[in-house]
Design a protein around this ligand. Structure first.
Ligand code: ASP
Ligand code: MG
Length: 438
């Protein structure tokens, strides 16, 4: 059995839901994880904001707009009157539930209940549509098996036991439909796995049932080897190691939520990124054993600031770096890249909220200089130190670009360079030309 997850845009309209229904029906008995229709969770957030501010009329306005959207979707979806009515009743029930919250004292707990309704609607629509097409669909209610502990971590034993029981109870199903994103917390109240958490749901479910594969379906054919907005002729990367995918996700390749990687990786379940608009394309396969000895992709992260701290006191001294890092820690600012020499250290940050304070505190340790508007360019692949030549290839490709920092050896999977934002596009293009097109 596989787990197939479809995001908000893939189920964003009646037609798209029908397309997904056709696609999943052809693929046999799998668990289908759905997000809310695109825009719905944002509307539910807005409703909650209005209710927090006691703007009941404002909340009603958004609820009404959303209700009309769903009414139109249902009319477009169903030819069969019986299933249309079943779906209508369910959606009506959900809107009644949302309306109920406009009357009470609004709290964070109610907000989470409201946020959960998007996935409950999309899965019910899909379920009734499949039934109307003669497909024996079974709904697996995520609120009956998905649970997090007090640290927000999935409770694996609970999830596994409850999910297996639900699957066993309906072993004659042709397709299972379930909600991404939503879960319960230790108090048993409705909660969620954070925005964009449906990928995470799919990965957890895949891990718990020992799925053959977790498929994340979006609107592009996998991860590309460079940013298609800036570089021509980029290509989907066919295979990536989990660590490589995680590096790319951090560097802005937004199609895979970073936390999604973990459960599948730990349970050795391959994750495949696929395109609903081009279902036969190979996509990107992420697994634990991938091609070695290869550079796979390049990605960039914007809005980076670098800080250099130079001090002769660092020479032969110990404890200097600790004091530098403590300043960042005290200011709740994460460091991304680091390079050191005997008399200085450079770091990069992307959160500049406390930059002034950090600069003041660092000045007590040495001369501080700051470069703003920088970009980290990250080259990802099998970059173990024993592999010769990759560092040279990367630097050779960008020999005409001024490079502020170089970082290699932090993991087996990346070389990062820091350049000015004006050189970003040129750097990305040169790397693609030299690493992939030669
Ligand atoms: N519907 C949720 C969100 O918009 C979860 C998801 O789409 O993954 O954040
Ligand atoms: Mg080497």
């Amino acid at each position: 059995m596989k787990v197939l997850k479809f995001g908000g845009t893939s189920v964003g309209s009646a037609q798209r839901i029908k397309n997904v229904a056709e696609l999943i029906t052809k693929r046999g008995r799998n668990i289908i994880v759905l997000s809310a229709m695109s825009g719905t969770t944002n509307s539910l957030v807005q409703i909650s904001e209005r209710l927090h501010n006691e703007d009941i009329d404002g909340a009603y306005g958004i609820i009404e707009g959303l209700k009309q959207k769903y009414a139109r979707t249902l009319e477009e979806m169903f030819d069969d009157q019986v299933y249309l009515n079943l779906a209508k009743n369910k959606i009506q029930e959900i809107f009644d539930f949302i309306r109920l919250h406009t009357m009470s004292n609004f709290s964070e707990r109610y907000e989470k209940e409201i946020l959960a309704q998007g996935e409950l609607m999309s899965t019910n629509i899909m379920h009734y549509y499949l039934l109307s097409q003669g497909v024996k669909s079974v709904l697996l209610p995520a609120l009956d098996y998905m649970r997090i502990d007090e640290n927000g971590e999935p409770e694996y034993n609970y999830i596994k036991a409850n999910l297996s029981a639900l699957l066993k109870a309906s072993s004659d199903a042709e397709i299972y439909i379930t909600q991404g994103f939503i879960c319960r917390n230790p108090e048993g109240h409705i909660d969620n796995l954070q925005r964009g958490g449906s990928d995470y749901s799919a990965s957890i479910i895949g891990a718990m049932i020992g799925a053959k594969e977790v498929q994340i379906w979006t609107d592009i054919d996998g991860m590309h080897n460079n940013d298609p907005r800036f570089v021509e002729n980029t290509e989907p990367v066919h295979e990536l190691a989990f660590e490589e995918a995680a590096e790319l996700a951090y560097f802005g390749a937004k199609i895979l939520h970073p936390t999604c990687v973990r459960p599948a990786q730990e349970h050795n379940i391959p994750v495949r990124l696929l395109n609903t608009l081009c279902p036969e394309a190979f996509g990107t396969l992420i697994h634990n054993s991938t091609e070695t000895g290869k550079i796979k992709a390049v990605a960039a992260k914007d809005n980076i600031v670098s800080l250099k701290i130079k001090s002769s006191r660092m020479l032969l001294a110990h404890g200097f770096l600790k004091r530098v890092f403590e300043i960042f820690e005290d200011n709740k600012t994460a460091i991304d890249m680091i390079t050191t020499s005997e008399v200085g250290v450079s770091v990069t940050i992307d959160n500049t909220k406390n930059l002034e304070q950090i600069k003041t505190e660092l000045s007590a340790l040495g001369d501080v200089s700051i470069d703003e508007d920088m970009v980290i360019i990250c080259v990802v692949g099998d970059l173990k130190w024993q592999n010769c030549g990759f560092e040279a290839d990367v630097l050779n490709a960008i020999r005409t670009i001024p490079v502020r920092m170089i970082s290699y050896g932090g993991s087996n999977h990346n070389i990062s360079v820091l350049v000015h934002k004006d050189d970003k596009i040129n750097t990305l293009r040169l790397l693609s030309q030299h690493l992939f097109n030669s």
